[in-house]
Design a protein around this ligand. Structure first.
Ligand code: SAM
Length: 280
């Protein structure tokens, strides 16, 4: 197998530090160095910004990022058992790695970068991955604190993020992602690439911030998408009744057809709907 640095192989790191994977922390470690390097290359260039990694675990992806030339990596890890292994990586790479112990959901990423541009790269824990993504794509400030997101998800979640109207996977997540970002799925990873292997295929998604996002309030967009996709098989005229007031007027003001269903409406359609709803 390929070698990317002179640190011990990941299997040895896991054995030395007794890092048996814990389901409660969404731990599926990626040990295939060809794949960790491929993810790092997908996020390149890495030398002009700070990389924020969530959940480095034993440090496979972290090492790939550093070996590929990352100027600085800040990694947030909740599992304290991983800290000694990560500290060895930090010493080997001359302190280019800074590890923060804690819950990524509770740490303000903007404060960490100290004004530097940030790229987020992570093999996300499946139990908090979607919430973290939503936090990053719905930040108040735009352009956001990050310039790209290169993230691994379960494939089914990746499909829901990049889904287009008319598909089964198209829903609230795709509308929120499409509102603020552009991007797509880069490549899949077989469960066998992980220890322990998850039940499903994973995929790497890359998203870039839209330079000119469609203007609307996040709160309103969330309200209209929740109502529309909450009853996705119903026509808008029925599903949007829960918003109160005459649904047909609202739908027509947004230039949409009351008999259409949520999955037929593109992101711009939902943005218009959110803006008309806000004006009510
Ligand atoms: N990056 C490693 C790799 O690719 O092999 C590990 C990925 S594993 C899927 C997810 C990692 O996220 C684990 O190391 C886990 O301990 C960590 N984690 C889980 N929940 C977290 C949270 N809320 N904040 C920070 N790290 C978390």
């Amino acid at each position: 197998m390929a070698q990317i640095d002179d640190l011990p192989p990941l299997r040895e790191v896991i054995a030395t530090h007794s890092l048996d994977a814990r389901k409660s922390l969404g731990q599926n470690f990626l040990l295939d160095l060809n794949l960790t390097s491929r993810i790092a290359r997908a996020a390149a260039p890495l030398d002009d910004c700070t990389i924020l990694e969530i959940g480095p675990g034993p440090g496979g992806l972290t090492r790939a990022l550093l070996a590929a030339g990352a100027k600085r990596v800040i990694a947030i890890e909740k599992d304290t058992r991983c800290l000694p292994a990560l500290s060895e990586i930090s010493s080997y790479y001359d302190g280019r790695l800074e590890v923060i112990e804690g819950d990524a959901l509770k740490i303000d990423p903007v404060a960490l970068a100290g004004g530097d541009k940030i790229k987020i790269v992570a093999n996300l824990p499946y139990n908090v991955g979607t919430q973290l993504l939503l936090n990053w794509i719905t930040t108040e400030d735009w352009p956001p604190f990050w310039t790209s997101l290169t993230l691994m998800f379960q494939k089914e979640v990746g499909e829901r993020i990049v889904a287009q109207p008319g598909s089964k996977a198209y829903g609230r997540l795709a509308v929120l992602a499409g509102w603020r970002t552009t991007g797509g799925m880069l490549f899949d990873l077989n469960p066998k690439a992980f220890t322990p292997p998850p039940k499903v295929t994973s995929t790497v998604v890359q998203l870039m911030p839209r330079e000119k996002p469609f203007a609307c309030s996040r709160k309103m967009l969330e309200k209209v998408t929740a109502a529309a996709f909450g009853q996705r098989r119903k026509m808008l005229r029925a599903s949007l009744k829960s918003l109160g007031g005459p649904a047909d007027d609202l739908i027509e003001a947004a230039g949409l057809t009351p008999t259409a269903r949520a999955e037929e409406i593109d992101v711009e359609g939902f943005v218009r709907l959110a803006n008309c709803y806000a004006e009510r």
